[in-house]
Design a binder for this molecule. Sequence first.
Ligand code: N2P
Length: 383
Amino acid sequence: MLRRMLAATFCAALAVTTLPPAASAQVQAQAPAPNAAQPGAGTTLNVYNWSDYIDPYAVSRFQQETGIRIRYDVYDSLETLEGKLSAGRSGYDIIVPTSEPTFARLVRAGALLPLDRARIPNWTNQDPALLQRVASSDPGNRFGAIYLYGTVGLGIRVDRVRAALPDVPLDSLDVLMQPENARRLARCGIAVMDSAIDVLPSVLRWRGRDPNSTDAADLRAAEEALLAIRPHVRAIIASGNIMDALATGEYCVALTYSGDVIQAQARAREAARGVEIGYIQPKEGAQLWFDMLAIPADAPNPEAAQAFINFVLRPDVMAGITNHVRYPNAIPTATPLVNEAVRNDPNVYPTPEMLGRTFVATQLSAQAERARSRSWNRFRAGR
Ligand code: N2P
């Protein structure tokens, strides 16, 4: 419900977790007064970002410091983002596509504005080694700054899963993908995020196939694996709807993004109702992804967008974002400013050993994407 509200009109100066809608309307009425001394003051920046993916305080500070008002919409899958962009003239100034496949595709299609580094002096705060990792999607790092990164894995309700699977090590996608395990977990609830793009690579890897395979036999193997657990899956839903449900104990297992699980864990602890949530980064290889701050070529307010990117790349701002959303950022000088418990959580900042057991997605042909999406539809339908 809160997320829906944010989707409609998130005006940033709200304390996200507590303010009722009436209070948010009130805050919106207090949008920053235009200040002639600030370039861009009085204009609007249109941001389209993943749900539960920013520190609301960062948004309100940006508004206060620049006089630029933020209109904030959210999505919770790459499919939704791509759908919105493919219709053309999205009206957004900032989007946050994952480096592969969406961002790379936009780079190749000429759909993004090159970043003007002179306007983004904080660009150099980014870790060069991480920038190097995304350079295969964007040669020369011309079109995107790294926002946050993470993995795909399992959120589990620890005590229930232990009780249902007493002899199963909780370190692998086996917990969900072995049909016998899924059968035993069915009653306490299994959810899978609704995204062919971000689920199929992990399933291929679990089946011992190349996660980026375009081979029909590999795809069939992944689809068969998904269909085998389908009768036991209660919900194939938007990733944005999984977090709260996981936190309240509605599901025992959910396949989703790492930080969403850690946020659910934090919410469950706050609620203190005895729900303990854990994250499993699959030992057979987890998908590692990078989300990029980018500006659509037809952005109505590109100057404000560059100012926003520069602001977000500040170590203090980035540390606040990581503290809030539990995803790591690419700014080494932000790390000491991140809360100790968050900074030392290997499910937030994976250890080098854990990173060594990840893979990254690559570009697929349009034909291979369509085949994946057909497989996914059969999984959704259960046949
Ligand atoms: C945030 C989802 C994380 C983004 N709710 C996955 N790329």
